[in-house]
Ligand binder design. Structure first.
Ligand code: HEC
Ligand code: HEC
Length: 320
């Protein structure tokens, strides 16, 4: 564990140095809270919150496919929630959980019904983690919710930063071929030429990844939010290469779209039954990369864009 983390620290530090050279003074950044449960007074609540944090940061070691107890193997891949919800869900515009507790229950397009935070977590369990749902009353769900609730107590009033950040749309389809060039330049050092990332230790040890895979059998499945181009490009532009932030991105807008298209052009586990998602088709995200749609745009355009014409057509149909 120790050595790879140091290595990652070194790579991160060099990116950070580049950021500083670019004149990104840390104190210019708006202040986004960094609540740390380690500072809480000892109590059973604190233990539960810390268990929730461990589940988010080191998912693979508690409910991953390689843990000792087969009954605890809920996740189907060795990612962590932290692979996408960066810094334990504390990083601004990196799918932060700060504020998420207060946002549920709410009506979700994917099911066209009101969903609880438990159901939302299990959505990521079944798709991003390519696994199975945790029972509602499990200690694991309760602990993750306790942690998200703790984080959300610090949510800054009226400040944007939860979820994924906005990103300009392109007026052309995103190009996987151009994205390959971007990948080779900016991503290969950590995620590898084969997209399989690098393990913390060795496969089978339940220790997960130093750098997660971005496609292939141990990645998120075809029904995951990250498999939609808009989500993926937004996340990448604001957060990758690792060390980039929303305020100081390292990729151009076009590079982010193209590299997202390149990543999503590779194979990954297939989620079955996707045709049942978004029963109200008018609420189906324009970039859902699977049929059916109730419009005449090609599947390719839903996968790669341009999305503006699809959005315009939707607006035209739904009236002023
Ligand atoms: C492969 C990336 C990825 C992984 C891994 C992942 N998620 Fe997510 N998660 C997303 C994306 C993308 C979204 C939001 C976009 C969407 O799905 O429409 C999201 C949304 C969420 C939300 C809703 C947040 C909000 O602000 O409304 C919760 C809660 C959540 N995830 C919990 C988890 C938990 C818990 C885990 C681990 C068990 C996890 N996720 C693993 C990508 C991921
Ligand atoms: C310095 C190493 C590094 C570089 C370079 C890098 N990443 Fe990452 N990436 C990470 C780490 C680390 C995580 C997971 C966060 C964590 O574990 O803290 C991650 C997570 C991701 C994820 C979400 C998790 C998953 O498994 O899919 C995507 C997508 C991603 N990176 C894409 C890219 C792209 C595209 C580039 C190039 C533009 C890139 N990364 C460059 C280190 C890196």
């Amino acid at each position: 564990m120790q050595q790879p983390n140091m290595l990652r620290g070194a790579v991160f530090a060099s990116f950070f140095a580049v950021l500083l050279l670019c004149g990104a003074a840390a104190d210019e950044a708006p202040s986004w809270p960094q609540p740390d449960p380690a500072g809480l007074a000892d109590s059973p609540q604190k233990d539960e919150i810390l268990y929730g944090e461990r589940l988010i940061r080191r998912t693979f070691s508690v409910i991953g496919p390689e843990v000792e107890d087969p009954a605890m193997r809920y996740a189907g891949n060795n990612l962590a929630c932290n692979s996408c919800h960066l810094d334990g869900g504390r990083q601004r515009f990196a799918l932060s959980f700060i504020g998420a507790y207060d946002a549920y229950p709410r009506n979700m397009a994917r099911e066209n019904e009101v969903r609880t935070l438990t159901q939302r977590i299990n959505g990521c369990m079944e798709r991003s983690m390519n696994g199975r749902a945790l029972p509602d009353d499990s200690a694991e769900i309760q602990a993750m919710i306790a942690y998200m609730r703790f984080l959300s107590e610090a949510a800054p009033e009226g400040m944007e930063g939860r979820s994924s950040p906005p990103l300009e749309l392109l007026d052309r389809p995103a190009s996987p071929a151009a994205g390959k060039e971007v990948y080779v330049t900016y991503c290969i050092a950590c995620h590898g030429a084969d997209g399989q990332g690098a393990r913390n230790g060795v496969a089978g040890d339940g220790e997960g990844y130093l750098y997660p895979p971005v496609w292939g059998p141990d990645s998120f499945n075809s029904g995951a939010g990250m498999h939609r181009l808009i989500n993926s490009a937004r996340f990448i532009h604001a957060n990758m290469p690792f060390g980039a932030t929303f305020d100081y991105p390292m990729l151009s807008v076009e590079e982010a779209w193209d590299v997202a298209a390149y990543i999503n052009s590779h194979g990954r586990p297939e989620k079955t039954g996707l045709e049942n998602d978004y029963p109200d088709r008018s609420r189906k995200p324009v970039d859902a990369p699977f049929p059916p749609f109730d419009d005449d745009f090609s599947m390719d355009q839903h996968k790669l864009g341009p999305f503006q014409p699809i959005i315009k057509e939707r607006e035209r149909r739904s009236g002023p």
